[in-house]
Design a protein around this ligand. Structure first.
Ligand code: ZN
Length: 223
């Protein structure tokens, strides 16, 4: 998982919530008020999703797959069914991919997670998400052992389908096309430069599955 640096909530979004409150005398909620089934609701959803995708450097908040407007949805980290008081809180909103979505076992990320939650789960906005999972060269994801986060990391992997075979294959492909598989022997200094490259946005985008590549590059360091 790549930590998402959440910026301020967009002004238009906060203004819309304020206007709603003045007109209706109550706080707006996501499903019935913001994400209505009409044209306006669709426009609002798209506008917000566009902002979230951009903020995340065009990758899914959970699996780091490349996301676009047409293969993503607005994800509430704390599910809106159980946490209606924060269902329009910008900090609780992310852009998730839609998974591969053919059968249940193909699902991953937001649609697989659905209403699952656990009080210990850690949001993609927290730096800890970059230290609680570990990716190996075969494309698999693991919880980092012997840490306070080990248990919850394992639960998140299962509930979000992050060990799904589509994702394992995609990560393996991403690792194989990175410097990890180059025949050249790189110095630690070179490797650190690559790590830096994959850890940061390039032209406002992260490389898909960047943290999986970073973990494998770290394993290539001699010290
Ligand atoms: Zn995803």
């Amino acid at each position: 998982m790549k930590r998402i640096n959440k910026g301020d909530s967009p002004e238009w979004f906060e203004a819309w919530k304020q206007d709603f409150k003045s007109e209706n005398g109550r706080e707006a909620h996501y499903k019935n008020d913001f994400s209505t089934n009409d044209r306006d609701g669709k426009m609002r959803r798209q506008r917000l999703r566009k902002q979230l995708i951009k903020e995340q450097g065009n990758i899914c908040c959970y699996c780091m797959k490349r996301v676009f407007l047409n293969n993503s949805h607005i994800e509430h980290f704390w599910p809106k069914t159980f946490f209606p008081q924060i269902d329009l809180e910008y900090k609780n909103m992310f852009a998730s991919c839609n998974g591969e979505g053919i059968t249940d076992s193909d699902g991953h990320c937001g649609h697989k997670k659905e209403d699952w939650w656990d009080e210990e789960m850690i949001s993609p906005a927290k730096t800890e998400v970059e230290r609680m999972f570990k990716y190996s060269i075969d494309g698999k994801i693991h919880s980092v052992p012997r840490k306070p986060t080990t248990n919850i990391a394992q639960k998140m992997i299962t509930q979000m389908g992050l060990d799904n075979y589509h994702l394992i294959r995609n990560r393996r492909n991403a690792i194989e096309s990175s410097e990890v598989y180059d025949e050249e022997r790189y110095s630690d200094e070179n490797i650190r430069d690559f790590i830096d490259y994959y850890s940061n946005k390039d032209n406002d985008s992260y490389i898909p599955y960047c943290m999986a590549i970073v973990d494998c590059l770290r394993d290539c360091l001699s010290e």
